[in-house]
Ligand binder design. Structure first.
Ligand code: KIV
Ligand code: ZN
Length: 513
């Protein structure tokens, strides 16, 4: 296939994905995700929004220094300070891109920017020129493009291409477009703009109507050659186009679409699991490609058909997207080297020997309780170990819960707060409620519980329960994670992890506000 049939995959899990309420990731987690994206051969990794906070700047910089094979990109508004900060974060990248944007729809220009259209064009051109002084690779986005006027888009795009933008991104910011209309818009832009051949057209679709992947497919059909997407479809509100769905649609229906990507699809499931464990956002079982049931055949007729000839009911193989059968991988006699190497295969590396030893110690304890250890167990165990290690302010020391028929559940616990042990007990409507009340009797955080979820990591009653606790305080939302074969202990850990994240109190700017 010629290069003209190759679609560039621009992954924005670390930027737009992180804008999902509660999905914020630490620098180390972002580095792990970036490593996995590079391994999956993503073309462009949008590593963050460098000016958002000192932490975001450090993450973009660290990813730019780590990643060698993918282009690393930072978002910036069309403002001098943003562009300079992005340039600074990317200065050591092998291949760095500045992605600058401004809104172009009448509603955004009038109410949000309060700027006349001519001024928006001038600011966009100025931003692209400034970014071009810092890197040869500049992308320009027209925020809310799907509600912008075609003639106005043609004018601004022509001028930013002249100013040096090499990628023009057309976002469906509010997830409003429908496929035929969106494809038509892309086709019109490419045909009408005189210097369109000097740039690659890209799309960035949100999923408010569940059409993000369909709109992205319509766009590539009309000539776009870059698609912005996220693992598991993470992203602002209903999320972005899901990378795994878009890539597998292109691959499975190459007969009609005639396009390809450079993605190593066998890395898709490991990437999905990594994102889910790092953010605490579980993947729904019936989610295409990466959901637990995506390749499970329940009905007898289907099972019979698949056994006789797999393609009767399967349009792609589970192996092609990286599902290894849910098999036992390690047991209580497995050593540290086997433990480390299996986790490396799953995309997790340890920064220090101390971190490896801590996780390996927890693995031995788990292996005593649960004889068969699966990949899912290892991933949950490592994210729980990391959550405990990041607990700087609150630390769970001990917990005892009584729950019996006819009695009100009671939790008694000791939590270390900044080095001082504190005790509390509380009753609740159930054991988890009692535990959370006891923790609050100590922490007195004033946070509101937004979500409590428990997922069995594997099959069987000896499975670890992976718990997510989402807390909100003063508009800030955080997700805490915990995993244990005892779901009450996992719940306490998850709550304490969330409190520690709130306590870290990281302020960051939102690009679109
Ligand atoms: O949705 C959007 O418009 C964006 C831009 C900043 C590209 O995320
Ligand atoms: Zn977006």
């Amino acid at each position: 296939m010629s290069d003209n049939n190759r679609v560039i995959i621009f992954d924005t899990t670390l930027r737009d994905g992180e804008q999902s309420p509660g999905a914020s990731m630490t620098r180390d987690e972002k580095l792990r995700v970036a490593r996995q994206l590079e391994k999956m051969r993503v073309d462009v990794i949008e590593a963050g929004f460098a000016i958002a906070s000192p932490g975001d700047f450090e993450s973009v910089k660290a990813i730019a220094e780590l990643v060698k094979d993918s282009t690393v990109c930072s978002l910036s508004r069309a403002l001098d300070a943003d562009i300079d900060r992005a340039g600074e974060a990317l200065k050591n990248a092998n291949s760095g891109r500045i992605h600058t944007f401004i809104a172009t729809s009448p509603i955004h220009m009038q109410y949000k920017l309060q700027m006349p259209p001519e001024k928006v064009i001038a600011q966009a051109v100025h931003a692209v020129k400034r970014a071009r002084n810092l890197t040869g690779d500049v992308e320009f986005s027209l925020e809310d493009a799907s509600r912008s006027e075609l003639d106005f888009m043609c004018r601004i795009i022509e001028q930013v291409i002249d100013a040096g933008a090499r990628t023009i991104n057309i976002p469906d910011t509010v997830g409003y477009a429908v496929p035929e209309e969106f494809g038509h818009t892309i086709g019109q832009l490419i045909t009408r703009i005189p210097n369109a051949d000097k740039a690659i057209f890209s799309v960035h679709c949100h999923n408010d109507l569940g059409l993000a992947v369909a709109n992205s497919l319509a766009a590539v059909n009309a000539g776009a050659r870059q698609v912005e997407c996220t693992i598991n479809g993470l992203g602002e509100r209903a999320g972005n186009a899901s990378l795994e769905e878009f890539v597998m649609a292109l691959r499975t229906r190459k007969d009609v679409l005639g396009l390809e990507t450079g993605i190593d699809t066998t890395q898709i499931v490991p990437a999905s699991r990594l994102i889910s464990s790092v953010t605490g956002f579980p993947v729904q079982p019936n989610k295409a490609i990466v959901g637990a049931n995506a390749f499970a055949h329940e009905s007898g007729i289907h099972q019979d058909g698949v056994l006789k000839h797999r393609e009767t009911y399967e349009i792609m193989t589970a192996e092609s997207v990286g599902w290894s059968a849910n098999k036992m991988v390690l047991g209580k006699h497995s050593g540290r080297a086997a433990f480390r190497s299996r986790l490396e295969e799953l995309g997790t590396t340890f920064a220090t020997d101390a971190e490896l030893n801590e996780a390996f110690g927890r693995f031995k304890v788990l292996a005593d309780k649960k004889h068969e250890i699966f990949d899912e167990d290892l991933i949950a165990l490592v994210s729980d170990t990391r959550a405990v290690a990041s607990s700087e302010h609150f630390n769970l020391i001990s917990l005892s819960v009584t729950s019996q028929t006819g009695e009100t559940p009671l939790a008694q616990m000791t939590v270390e707060v900044d080095g001082t042990e504190m005790q509390a007990q509380a009753e609740g409507s159930g054991p988890v409620d009692a535990v959370f009340k006891a923790i609050e009797a100590i922490a007195n955080s004033g946070a509101g519980l937004q979500l409590y979820s428990v997922n069995a990591v594997t099959e069987g009653t000896d499975s670890q329960g992976e718990v997510t606790v989402r807390l909100e305080k003063g508009g800030r939302i955080v997700n805490g994670l915990g995993a244990d074969t005892d779901v009450i202990i996992a719940s306490a850990r998850a709550y304490i992890h969330a409190l520690n994240m709130l306590h870290a109190n990281i302020e960051k700017a939102h690009p679109q506000v």
